[in-house]
Write a protein that binds this ligand. Structure first.
Ligand code: NOJ
Length: 512
């Protein structure tokens, strides 16, 4: 049986506010929209990705820029309409691109009609759709759980009904109670709504958090120093995920769910694959937080091998997203960002690209008066520069400042430069597509000197070796057999493998 599409796919994350806009707005502030994305689909086809993931485009008061949903089955007017969505989906499918949507199951907006009803009275039929508790015996929040973003309790007191409600994120994002059958049914209906419309799957936001200990016990003092959203790991989530999986698998066409399992321990993440009956894919973030260091990356590979592979899970790899500084910024140079692209796109598993990393974008420097995100994540959400100045392909001054050097670092200018980083991404994507070894093959780490990580990939007799020099000095690497450079992070290709790697250089080798 052929592998499902999502195993060999490269998935491209779009943060819709920052990708592309389609028309000027009356307030003059440029914000990306669905039509803007549709008009830029050819960039994704040219690049060679297989699928796009849209961060939330649902109706939202935007307290968390869309991760606070007030209507799961409509598009926020900022982004367009359901018709715009259908057009985008159809055009993406026509081009062979799959589309996955963000699904936010752990919480809604406090303006969602469900929560408005729930907070209206203790007797409301939807009261228990959210997590309400009396104050602790001496007063104050019911337990010591902490919210994300700010060091505050995960509970907000509601004067009118005299109880606290739980929110692992902002007070504007009350947590749903997945112990309530009505919630399960309603959120399943949301999945069906979009699956019926033809989406290829979902990225499920903080999905490890949906099942909670119904006793809501205090965390240990050490655990209580961390946001609860990064530690909640209750067994009840697994049964919920099995039902969600059955729902998705009941549809034709390999619908897929990749879960954001924000537990920074690969062993814990691996449990969310279940026995092949929970998440199709799970994000594993420890690599994203790993510095540019060969020995540490070797450990990350080993952890995946030790925990994900034995449960039959297919790994995922992410270096950048809308919640963290871009890896170009973290690693500090374009040479490293290029070598990291080789790493990301040649490991065993499904890689996720974050829009703009193919341009080598750095985070924007956002002056205090332009900061808007409660979680301090504005820098990585800067708009994509499409063209040289002044508007960079947008219809006004965008909602966030440009990333550095947009006159040079934009899609059009780099697209005309064969040696630029966007061409490296394009070559890597095309090399993956034609090589069963790179897309689906087995991976084995091969011996290499300190500071270098090298691995062999193999499938159906197809073979590649990849080597990454994490140091700033030249390194020698001796390999069995004779190899030629299929591509190199510095642009070289087609030469016999010289047995040496330059500083921060990565190569993909094929048998000579
Ligand atoms: C994780 C999302 O990636 C992040 O952007 C969001 O703020 C939280 N979940 C809450 O939904």
């Amino acid at each position: 049986m052929a592998a499902p599409w999502w195993k060999s796919a490269v998935i491209y994350q779009i943060y819709p506010r920052s990708f592309a806009d389609s028309a000027p707005r009356s307030d003059g502030v440029a914000v990306g929209d669905l039509e803007g994305i549709r008009r830029r689909l050819d960039h994704l086809v040219w690049l060679g990705v297989d699928a796009l993931w849209l961060s939330p485009v649902y109706r939202s008061p935007m307290a968390d820029f869309g991760y606070d949903v007030s209507d799961h089955c409509d598009i926020d007017p900022l982004f367009g309409t359901l018709d715009d969505f259908d057009r985008l989906l159809a055009d993406a499918h026509d081009r062979g691109l799959r589309v996955i949507l963000d699904w936010v199951p752990n919480h809604t907006s406090d303006r969602h009609p469900w929560f408005v009803e729930s907070r209206s009275s203790r007797d409301d039929p939807r009261r228990h759709w959210y997590v309400w508790r009396d104050p602790a015996p001496g007063g104050g929040p019911p337990n010591n759980w902490r919210a994300a973003f700010a060091d505050v309790p995960a509970w907000t007191f509601d004067e009118a009904t005299g109880q606290y409600y739980l929110h692992l994120f902002l007070p504007e994002q009350p947590d749903l109670n997945w112990g309530e059958p009505g919630v399960v049914e309603a959120m399943h209906d949301v999945l069906r709504f979009w699956l019926d419309r033809g989406v290829d799957g979902f990225r499920a936001d903080v999905v490890h958090a949906i099942g909670k200990d119904p006793a809501l016990p205090d965390d240990s003092p050490e655990a209580a120093l961390l946001p609860k959203s990064s530690t909640n790991d209750h067994h009840s989530t697994h049964a919920l995920l099995r039902d969600i999986r059955a729902l998705l698998d009941g549809y034709p066409g390999d619908r897929m769910m990749v879960g954001e399992v924000y537990l920074l321990d690969t062993a814990q993440v691996a449990t969310y694959y279940g026995a092949g009956d929970e998440l199709h894919l799970a994000f594993n973030f420890p690599p994203l937080y790993t510095p540019w260091d060969a020995a540490l990356w070797r450990q990350r590979l080993d952890e995946v091998d030790r925990h994900v592979t034995p449960v039959g899970g297919w790994p995922t790899w992410v270096l950048s997203n809308h919640d963290n500084p871009r890896h170009r910024t973290r690693y500090g140079s374009e040479a490293r960002a290029r070598a990291a692209a080789v790493l990301l796109l040649t490991l065993r598993g499904t890689p996720f690209l974050y829009a703009g990393e193919e341009l080598g974008l750095e985070d924007a420097e956002v002056p205090p008066e332009r900061m808007v995100d409660p979680g301090g994540r504005d820098g990585c959400r800067a708009p994509i520069p499409w063209e040289p100045g002044p508007a960079h392909g947008w219809h006004g001054e965008p909602w966030l400042p440009w990333p550095p050097d947009p006159d040079r670092r934009n899609a059009a200018t780099l697209g005309h430069d064969d040696g630029s980083i966007v061409h490296l991404y394009r070559r890597l994507l095309s090399a993956r597509r034609v090589s069963p070894a790179l897309s689906l093959g087995h991976l084995e780490v091969v011996p290499s000197p300190d500071g270098v990580l090298a691995w062999a990939r193999e499938a159906d007799g197809d073979r590649r070796t990849v080597a990454v020099n994490f140091t700033e000095t030249e390194q020698t690497l001796t390999l069995d057999g004779s190899w030629e450079v299929e591509l190199s992070s510095d642009g070289g290709a087609g030469v016999a493998w010289p047995g040496r790697l330059g500083p921060d250089q990565a190569v993909v080798l094929r048998p000579a």
